[in-house]
Design a protein around this ligand. Structure first.
Ligand code: CA
Length: 418
């Protein structure tokens, strides 16, 4: 898809994630004042509430005060035509020929460096899919051996489970190492204590804007009309707690203690420029999971580990396009039984691993269950995460014409609470 060239009067540093094409939404505050909605551009935030209060958004069908809120849910619920008309209006105001916004520049923009970013949505429901064939295969090999790596259902169902939404946190917010029941090696009774196998899961999440009524379904054809945008997602895991608890009902406390997201929601309006074909699906899927056209997205993903007092070191490079099941199939599957969705619901992709060992999206795979520790530049090594380690996930899309990015999700691990 060819892209119309955009030029803005706002200063955007070369290589910025937040180019004029991007305009991702977030919730920010300054000096502890009212959290409100903004879009990121270059090193600044354009204050949407300021724009509305100063009659710069009257051409868009918005109710009063919609951006003077702690979350974006009400705006997202207005639906795709409103999202698109606001984007069009913002592009007018930021265009190099603009004379309307320029006189307001001093008050309409806030430096990202002095803003505090908040969780941008109230997440009602959170689904965690398991859609990377490479990840599911790697974990299957470790747990069940090579011959039974993929379960018989895996290529027929976008496997998922319902996760915990109350513990979704935003970049910059640390969490304490979780504690729970662990079965020591060769023991027949569990002990209670801090997890020894704290892991990352490199994922992305999409957030629905539109809602459906109970009993309605969403097809793969119109699924993307319900998706507002995407964020980076680190779905932390305590592998030892998980291993002891997961039979027969699946993940529980080994997963529910925290999941971290990046603060800026990148919209499908810009991600459409990075659509690509996904992996070929074989065997053929059931009709409700069939789709036409490109439904995968070329999003480069990187994971960095920073030990306490040390430097950030890249430990993984992956890509969203490796996922076997695409978001349209995930949403069609989620709703095929008549389950309703709401604005602000979040859907994790599942750990995104590629074919190469340096593209594996978890420490479980990168170290092959701790057998091949990662060597860090400070001389230490990691099988799993230590207290005060910081994990940073970054994501960006790039082609010959434009570059956009997701910023980052950065999280420090604090020691277990005493
Ligand atoms: Ca997950």
């Amino acid at each position: 898809m060819s892209i119309q060239t955009l030029n803005t009067w706002v200063d955007v540093p070369e290589g910025s994630d937040f180019s004029i094409y991007n305009l991702p939404y977030g919730i920010f505050s300054t000096n502890g004042d009212q959290p409100r909605a903004g879009v990121a551009i270059g090193t600044q935030i354009l204050d949407l509430n300021y724009l509305q209060e100063n009659d710069l958004l009257t051409s868009v069908d918005l109710h009063e005060g919609i951006f003077k809120k702690e979350v974006l849910n009400d705006f997202m619920a207005l639906g795709k035509p409103v999202w698109s008309s606001l984007r069009k209006r913002l592009l007018e105001l930021l265009d190099e020929t603009d004379e309307e916004l320029k006189p307001h520049a001093e008050k309409a923009f806030v430096k990202q460096s002095i803003a505090k970013m908040h969780l941008p949505v109230k997440v009602g429901d959170y689904t965690d899919f398991y859609s990377s064939e490479e990840h599911a295969t790697n974990v299957g090999i470790m747990f069940r051996g090579k011959d039974n790596a993929l379960m018989p259902n895996w290529k027929h169902i976008p496997v998922g489970y319902h996760g915990r939404s109350s513990s979704i946190i935003v970049s910059g917010e640390p969490f304490h190492r979780p504690q729970g029941q662990i079965l020591p090696k060769d023991a027949d009774r569990p002990v209670f204590g801090p997890t020894n196998l704290l892991d990352i899961e490199l994922e992305m999440a999409f957030i629905t804007g539109g809602a459906t009524k109970l009993g309605e379904t969403v097809s793969t054809e119109n699924a993307e009309d319900y998706i507002f945008g995407m964020v980076l997602f680190n779905d932390w895991s305590a592998r030892d707690i998980q291993k002891w608890e997961y039979v027969p009902l699946g993940p529980f406390l080994g997963k529910s203690f925290a999941s971290s997201i990046s603060p800026w929601i990148v919209t499908m309006d810009v991600l459409q420029y990075f659509k690509v074909d996904g992996p070929k699906q074989n065997p053929e899927v059931l009709p409700y999971l069939n789709f036409e056209g490109k439904k995968s997205y070329d999003i480069n993903l990187e994971v960095y580990l920073k030990p306490q007092g040390g430097e950030e070191q890249k430990i993984c490079s992956s890509n969203h396009k490796y996922l076997y099941w695409n978001m349209a199939q995930q949403l069609a599957h989620q709703t095929v039984n008549g389950c309703n969705i709401n604005a602000g619901d979040m859907y994790g992709s599942g750990t995104i691993s590629g074919k190469e060992p340096d593209s594996y999206g978890s420490l479980l795979e990168l170290t092959w269950a701790g057998n091949n520790p990662i060597q860090l530049n400070d001389g230490s090594e990691r099988k799993f995460l230590k207290d005060h380690d910081t994990i940073v996930i970054k994501g960006y899309c790039e082609n010959d014409e434009i570059r956009i990015g997701f910023g980052e999700v950065r999280t420090e691990i604090l020691p277990a609470k005493q």
